[in-house]
Design a protein around this ligand. Structure first.
Ligand code: RB5
Length: 146
């Protein structure tokens, strides 16, 4: 299973920690950058993660900026993407189980690395429940086509 990871300059260290953690769990990571500490624009990396997931190059994506907000907004503009900003594991888990999120976002300036690992693990280990949730997720996705 492939996980695309993208981030802005605020999240270089966090990205490396999460990359190692995700690889340690047996996933293949596609690093879409940035790998420079120079100030950059988070929409570029949110879009890259969104396109990698929507295009099938990756199964899921992780997007990290200072708050997780900007990069998730950008990823969500790509058709087919359901990016959720999560600052704790419960929301991360439920975002998969109920909302079938396909991009996890969080803030490198908001959560510490140990909490970020717990969030990532809860998200990766959870599975979409389908059923009534499928109908609701389909309703969300229909908005893209209206
Ligand atoms: C960069 O300063 C910051 O705005 C960005 O990382 C992110 O938090 C935006 O949502």
């Amino acid at each position: 299973m492939k996980i695309a990871i993208g981030n802005d300059h605020t999240a270089i260290e966090m990205k490396e920690i999460i990359k190692e953690f995700v690889e340690g769990k047996g996933y293949e990571v596609i690093d879409l950058g940035t790998n420079s500490t120079e100030s950059c624009d988070y929409p570029v990396y949110g879009e890259k993660v969104g396109r990698a997931v929507a295009g099938g190059e990756a199964d899921l994506g992780i997007a990290i900026c200072g708050t997780g907000v900007g990069i998730s907004l950008a990823a969500n503009k790509v058709k087919g993407i359901r990016a959720c900003v999560c600052s704790e594991p419960y929301t991360a888990k439920l975002s998969r189980m109920h909302n079938n999120s396909n991009v996890l976002a969080f803030g490198a300036r908001v959560v510490g690395s140990e909490l970020a690992k717990m969030i990532t693990e809860a998200w990766l280990d959870a599975e979409f429940e389908g059923g009534r949730h499928e109908r609701r997720v389909n309703m969300i996705m229909d908005i893209e086509n209206s």
